[in-house]
Design a protein around this ligand. Structure first.
Ligand SMILES: NC(=O)NCCC[C@H](N)C(=O)O
Length: 258
């Protein structure tokens, strides 16, 4: 039986100090951010996901972006080693949470760096973005951790956006979706559908035809509806000001062993 659990982490009171790399800093409304985060968690729960709150990391401004701290493959959790030093303290609480769920835990070690936002899984293919936050040693360690378990790891250069999944994610049938101006190498993906908005490239698969998407991609939501999908739209404007997207606010655990 596949599991439907998702890790989430409440925003830090220091959220507004979060990192920005590829965009201009804008003022973040911390209260609105908490409301948006609660609505995001509610949307996951409404679609059958059992959400598990990782202990908050109030001193880490970017800790709400929990996806970056761990990568799951089957029952194995690979604890990330963020390329952003200010984010390294985030991993301890997440490691505790996944160990508590019975996962086997593995680590990215120095000199490797890797952030979960750079890892896109489509079946047993694991795409990994080599860019500002994930280095070559991180890619090698990801291969060493997951290829013996049956994964095929494909590395993709990322230079225009923060993470691989800022540029591409995938539909339930495995079609990769991306906004071409933000992609380095669209030709890497055999079955690819371009989308008209940057935020349209980000979907969280909720199950069946349902796609969790940001309100900032209305044209892409229309495109997906027209293709027979059901967009579930959430406003995450305050997280987008910090280069966050719908994927980065949770880690879905679909193959727990217990
Ligand atoms: N996976 C993601 O899209 N993570 C977003 C992280 C945003 C955060 N401000 C950062 O720069 O690390």
């Amino acid at each position: 039986m596949p599991s439907k659990k998702a890790l989430v982490r409440r925003p830090s009171p220091r959220l507004a100090e979060g990192l920005v790399t590829h965009i201009e800093r804008e003022r973040v409304d911390a209260d609105l951010a908490v409301e948006q985060w609660e609505a995001y968690v509610t949307a996951l729960r409404a679609h059958g996901w059992d959400t598990i709150e990782v202990d908050p990391a109030d001193d880490c401004p970017d800790s709400v972006f929990v996806e970056d701290t761990v990568v799951m493959y089957r029952n194995v959790a690979l604890t990330a080693r963020p390329g952003a030093e200010s984010r390294r303290a985030e991993t301890a609480g997440v490691e505790e949470a996944v160990a508590g769920l019975g996962c086997s835990v593995n680590w990215i070690w120095e000199p490797g760096t890797l952030e979960g936002g750079d890892v896109l899984k489509i079946g047993d293919t694991v795409y990994v973005g080599r860019g500002g936050r994930t280095n070559a040693a991180g890619v090698q360690q990801l291969r060493a951790a997951f290829e013996p378990l049956g994964a095929r790891v494909v590395a993709a250069p990322v230079s225009k956006v923060l993470h691989l999944k800022s540029a591409v994610t995938a539909l339930p049938d495995g079609t990769v979706i991306g906004h071409i101006p933000k992609m380095d190498t669209p030709s890497l993906f055999a079955r690819f559908l371009p989308v008209p908005e940057e935020a349209g490239a980000h979907v969280v698969l909720l199950g069946g035809d349902k796609l969790l998407m940001a309100a900032s991609a209305p044209k892409t939501a229309e495109l997906f509806s027209d293709l027979g999908y059901e967009p579930v739209v959430v406003d995450i404007s305050e997280f987008e000001k910090l280069e966050g997207c719908v994927t980065c606010l949770s880690v879905r655990l679909r193959e727990l062993y217990a």
